[in-house]
Design a protein around this ligand. Structure first.
Ligand code: IMP
Length: 432
């Protein structure tokens, strides 16, 4: 049976939640391999809208077991909130939700330190989501983090917390001149807040491997996008984890030899939240228009997203790094009313033409555009490739050509049903 990895091909917010939900309908296991509640995945099913930050979007597929892999970081308060929303809609994950014992926990001081660092240092500002992601991963790499498995013993948890609160208070008071946090209150509240998670802790790595050996359909779900990757992204304006397909093995604990197909999700245009280079960013008026049409506001922070034209060199870099077999193009319907649509096919740099995005020169690239006519009709009701207007099909063909990657699916609305299988789809995941 095939297994599939799903990654964002741009700077996140590509609409992975909807696509993962669509692709996961046939999955036995879906594992998230990185990130935490910085992600915001919106899924609409039968007119119900869910926004997931911490729980994998595939939880709405009744057959899928969802695993939060060892490469993730977990905020138990967000986790509890999302479980409560699911319960209200009469969805009870039961045994279908498992937290790998090796995943790291986000503690309240991580959030405080994240926000203070981003607010107080104009030079080092990244525009993070303020969810404590960087400091939690920093503790992991520093080998002082608290892992999900530590929540199984109050003594172990308290002992680790004592050292970490002391270190956090030193930073809070000395560096940021902020109030210290209380060890006693944090220990008590956090322990209480994590009792449900503690019952979901297991060996995610073993479960995924067993499912692969049994020949089940296994999907790996990335959060954020390729160019927010800690190593390959627009450093330092990145998140603190491995967002491309290379993160699946360390983020789930299985051998990379198991991995088969990789699909990249790309919006029909480009957006970015937070600071950092963005070659095809539009002028204010155009960005404002696209933002309104596409409801481009962060699902996690509500911040307006920066908007720009489709940047083929950005997606081409994702195709190469991830060896993408296919693209899924989302939000095509957002472009319905535009008279003209621009696509960046290359950049100019010091008199040369450059065909692939490279974070080192990102600020100097001058995007070169091709202008295509818009289709000026509503496509959200289309359900087949042939039913799309000719100009929309031409636009998609142009993206395929420029990105050097076939398109497998196109999304024309937020509902699960508003998804169009593409003409010559070669993904085994969709065919078998
Ligand atoms: P952090 O992940 O909260 O540390 O934020 C680091 C950078 O990644 C900031 O520019 C955020 O806006 C961006 N970021 C983090 N998560 C997401 C996401 O899910 N979508 C889009 N941008 C994100």
């Amino acid at each position: 049976m095939p297994n599939l990895t799903v990654v964002g091909a741009q700077w996140g917010d590509e609409g992975k939640g909807k696509v993962v939900d669509y692709l996961a309908r046939s999955a036995g296991v879906v594992a998230r391999f990185q990130g935490g509640p910085n992600a915001g995945h919106t899924v609409c099913v039968d007119r119900n809208t869910f926004t997931f930050h911490q729980i994998p979007s595939a939880i709405l597929s009744p057959k899928a077991t969802c695993i939060i892999g060892c490469g993730c970081v977990i905020d138990p308060y967000v986790f509890e909130h999302e479980l409560a929303v699911l319960r209200k809609k009469k969805i009870s994950p039961g045994q279908r939700l498992v937290v790998d014992c090796r995943a790291h926990m986000i503690l309240p001081y991580h959030q405080q330190l994240d926000r203070l660092r981003d607010e107080q240092s104009a030079k080092q500002r990244i525009g993070t989501t303020g969810r404590g992601i960087g400091p939690a991963y920093a503790d992991k790499v520093n080998r002082t983090g608290i892992r999900a498995g530590d929540l199984l013993s109050e003594e172990v948890f308290n002992d680790k917390l004592k050292h970490n609160v002391a270190a956090a208070n030193f930073l809070l008071m000395d560096r940021y001149k902020a109030e210290p946090i209380s060890l006693k209150a944090t220990a008590h509240e956090y322990w209480q807040a994590t009792r449900r998670i503690a019952r979901m802790i297991g060996d995610g790595s073993r479960m995924i491997e067993d499912a692969l050996r049994r020949g089940e359909r296994v999907m790996f779900e990335g959060a954020q996008g390729m160019h927010l990757d800690i190593d390959l992204g627009t450093y330092p304006y990145v998140t603190s984890s491995t967002t491309w397909a290379g993160g699946v093995a360390p983020g789930t604990g299985i051998s990379p030899v198991w991995l088969e197909e990789v699909v990249g999700i790309a919006k029909a245009y480009t957006t970015r939240v937070g600071l950092g280079p963005f070659p095809t960013e539009m002028n204010d008026a155009d960005a404002e228009r696209l933002r309104a049409l596409g409801h481009e506001y962060g699902a996690t922070t509500g911040r307006p997203r920066r908007c720009g034209w489709f940047d083929a060199p950005v997606v081409r870099a994702s195709v190469r790094h991830n060896k993408l077999q296919a693209l899924v193009v989302t939000k095509l319907d957002v472009l319905d009313s535009l008279e003209e649509i621009k696509v960046c096919h290359a950049y100019r740099l010091e008199g040369r033409e450059v065909g692939e995005f490279d974070p080192f020169h990102a600020a100097e690239f001058e995007p070169q555009y091709e202008t295509m006519p818009g289709w000026r009709e509503q496509i959200s009701g289309c359900r087949t490739f042939a039913g799309l207007p000719l100009r929309a099909r031409r636009y998609l063909a142009k993206l395929e050509e420029l990105c050097d990657c076939p398109i497998a699916l196109v999304s024309v609305g937020s509902e699960r049903s508003q998804t169009i299988p593409f003409k010559s789809n070669k993904l085994r995941w969709l065919r078998q």
